[in-house]
Design a protein around this ligand. Structure first.
Ligand code: SF4
Length: 379
């Protein structure tokens, strides 16, 4: 089974008010040191395996990976190539913020074998961008996409954010329609999530300084977005993701189908097929460990049969194609599936999931209330 590799790049020039990711203030010197550490971690993790494993997806996520000078991206890819076989046609993605992309950088990315760029657009409305402290304008987002296209990129994702402060139906429609005019091969629609107190917006909303659109409006806009995007040929394949047929993100599909992905870098997560492994989330602890030749692993959780089934179900349900219960039954030597089937029957009575033959999947309403479905499956 081919592996995916994730590289976490934890740097941003400034922190958006909605951010709950592990990210630090951009420093070119620290980035050099960090990239060296990531390369050491790759060789530590892969060096003791006697057979090179094949990788068919590589993903640079962050943070803002496009801040890295291309020499560092190139050296990281070379380290991966030294320890792994990179499959022909490997999907190589990088996340980019619009203000960081230049013609030279886009052309270098292509030369390095990067074939997919995920652009953090979030909105095409200036007020909304300013409201959460984004550093780019709507015009810069459009220019970034033109630069990528002129350089030769065919596979471009636009990240859009639903539920931003001040968002109205008219504004959101403008954002989605602008995205559709640009006609990317992939769009991700994420719901603003400010549950984490680390996000400045969390405090601003709690103190009444900032007002978010209400949940009913967001639910309506989400449902409408599915129609608008599918009308433009971007078919929903996962709760938040839409693609031209054949342009679904291979790397992210590995997470939803429980395929092995090795994560490198601070706070990255891996799944090796049997255990979930998390790296330390402090940048200083990460650098100290790797520079001393120690693994930066913080936790390792071996999945028992029930946990493995549970994960296959709730991650697979994120996909529009759903989960094949016959396949799960074939893997279920302990009769655990029956427990989940009774929960799914209850969800089906409530109109949140549906069965098509032996495949179970979320309904439209189920996608809106997905967290409720998932938590009912977790013990
Ligand atoms: S660009 Fe992304 S990772 Fe960086 S601060 Fe903003 S939301 Fe966080």
């Amino acid at each position: 089974m081919c592996l995916g590799i994730y590289i976490h790049v934890p740097f941003c020039v400034s922190r958006c008010s909605c951010c709950h990711f592990v990210t630090h203030r951009w420093s070119p010197r620290l980035a050099e040191r960090y990239a060296d550490a990531v390369r050491s971690e790759i060789s530590m993790a892969a060096g003791h395996v006697d057979r090179k494993r094949t990788v068919d997806s590589i993903y640079f996520g962050g943070g803002t990976p496009s801040l890295l000078r291309t020499g560092l991206v190139s050296r990281t890819l070379a380290a991966i190539g030294r320890w792994f076989d990179i499959a022909d046609g490997c999907e190589v993605s990088i996340e980019a913020n619009p203000e960081t992309i230049t013609r030279e950088k886009a052309e270098s990315y292509l030369r390095l074998g990067i074939n997919r760029v995920s652009v953090g657009v979030q909105s095409f409305v200036e007020d909304e961008l300013r409201g959460v402290g984004r550093r780019h304008s709507a015009g810069q987002a459009k220019e970034c996409i033109s630069v990528l296209r002129r350089a030769g990129f065919l596979n471009i994702n636009l990240d859009l954010m639903l539920g931003l402060p001040g968002q109205t139906r008219r504004r959101w429609k403008h954002t989605v329609e602008t995205a559709m005019r640009i006609a990317p091969s992939h769009v991700s629609v994420y719901m603003l999530d400010i549950d984490d107190p680390k996000a400045r917006l969390h405090r601003e909303v709690r103190s009444g300084q900032c007002v978010l659109p209400d949940d009913d409006l967001i639910a309506d806009l989400y449902a409408e977005s599915i129609e608008w995007l599918s009308g433009a040929g971007l078919l929903q394949y996962e709760i938040s993701n839409f693609a031209d047929p054949g342009r679904e993100c291979r790397h992210n599909l590995k997470y939803w189908t429980c395929r092995p992905v090795l994560g490198f870098g601070v706070s990255s997560h891996s799944f090796d097929g049997a255990a979930r492994i998390a790296n330390v989330s402090s940048l200083q602890d990460y650098l100290r460990s790797v520079e001393a030749g120690r693994s930066p692993e913080e936790t390792r959780t071996h999945l028992d049969a029930r946990q493995a089934l549970e994960e296959t179900l709730f991650l697979g349900l994120r996909l529009n194609r759903g989960v094949d219960l016959n396949e799960l039954k074939a893997r279920d030597g302990k009769g655990i599936l029956a427990e989940f089937e009774s929960v799914l029957d209850e969800m089906s009575r409530r109109g949140l999931v549906e069965n098509v033959g032996r495949t179970v999947r979320l309904t439209g309403r189920g996608r809106l209330l997905a967290n409720e479905v998932f938590s009912s499956l977790l013990r």
